[in-house]
Design a protein around this ligand. Sequence first.
Ligand SMILES: Nc1nc2c(ncn2[C@@H]2O[C@H](COP(=O)(O)OP(=O)(O)OP(=O)(O)O)[C@@H](O)[C@H]2O)c(=O)[nH]1
Ligand SMILES: [Mg+2]
Length: 445
Amino acid sequence: MDNKKFFDAMEQDILTANIPEQEKRKLIKNFLHLKKQKINLMITGATGSGKSSTINALFDMEVAKVGVGVDPETMEIAKYELDNLVLWDSPGLGDGKEADNKHAKNIIKKLNERDHNGNLLIDLVLVILDGSTRDLGTSYELINSVIIPNLGEDKQNRILVAINQADVAMKGRYWNYEENIPEEPLKKFLEEKVISVQKRIKEGTGIDVTPIYYSAGFKEEGEEQCRPYNLSKLLYYIIKATPKEKRLSFVENINKDANMWKDNDDLKDYRKGILESFGETVRDCAANGADIGGEIGSIFGSAGKIAGRVVGGVVGGVVGAAKSIGNLIFGSSSYSGGGCYITTAVCEEDNKPDTCYELTQFRKFRDEWLIFQPGGKELIQQYYRTAPKIVEKINMQNNRSEIYANLNKEYLSKCLKYIEHQEYQACKELYSDMMYYLYEESTRW
Ligand SMILES: Nc1nc2c(ncn2[C@@H]2O[C@H](COP(=O)(O)OP(=O)(O)OP(=O)(O)O)[C@@H](O)[C@H]2O)c(=O)[nH]1
Ligand SMILES: [Mg+2]
């Protein structure tokens, strides 16, 4: 499968959309721009740190056009071209003085290379550290003396540091093999490692990076495949650090094996974050400047479905859920008026009138605060696309009263308190959490 499928669907969606010609032209123009975007990701780190394992875990390597190509000028840096996603697998330091000098030179040259528009070619550098080794000296050397000084102006946003092999960081001790997660002592050990790496980089360069730890998973001869840990987290950080207009280049290349994405530290819902990042690109880049309001969801119906199917592995969906996932990314139906669907439904369940205190407060929050916040309008539009369907689904459940009571208890009453205390941001966050929770639930109903 190649990237064209997703972009083809997007193009087809625009061409068949029922919108004025003028807006259609704007969408096509934006779309052609997006389709051209390439993301260049450099993956580097000491020999054996797990660069190849990480690439194979994250991406669907079978879509590689011509397998491995070697750039004749740099010799040592392998280039994998997966449609619009270009990976540069580059040896780090630690191979002896002579080899190290050559590697450093190659990396510096690549980091300073410009594309035909005159922009720096490499969008992002992912440095992989081997979490099972005590001696990270060469890795600090690589980060502090080779990479960071050559990252141009936007240093902080062009480097990610990831500590791999979390499972064997304490020689395999305190790794829960059954659940594929670290136990407390190992977690503590890894967290300390994160802090010490962060400190060493800050001291050496003044740059703040927040390393994460993960395990790429691996397969030994004759053994079962070990599942990765925190791979969704790693992908989330990579996508977040990718310029918005380039993010769609990942869509078709993400590993489709759901098992790879399952186990994470769950400090944040990374899978939701990944979906939202794609949605942001479509809303902000594809629809940029076109006056289509809440129509975007209905326009990108089939592209949404394809994206849903492709990222289904990451979000743990099966093919049947593809449509719903797609809907979550792109929205599904059009803007439909000024209701406060969920709150209204909860109030109706309690026999409260449309003019009740709660509804009035929520409407005020929406119309007098939320709409003026960055991204607020989009959030509201997105809400109008998803909420009516969710309410419809809840109403079909036998335990609808229980569902509404629970929503009120866990979310709405707390949101109302926030509004009363003028803690609007907190209200917005909790309300968004509720919407996401409902969306996840509703795919099971
Ligand atoms: N236990 C464990 N082993 C890993 C992990 N990631 C990689 N490995 C193992 O580490 C070894 C090196 O992994 P590679 O992915 O080949 O590392 P690399 O950085 O590409 O190595 P070079 O290309 O030789 O520089 C392999 O035996 C992998 O199976 C991990 O998360 N946990
Ligand atoms: Mg390798």
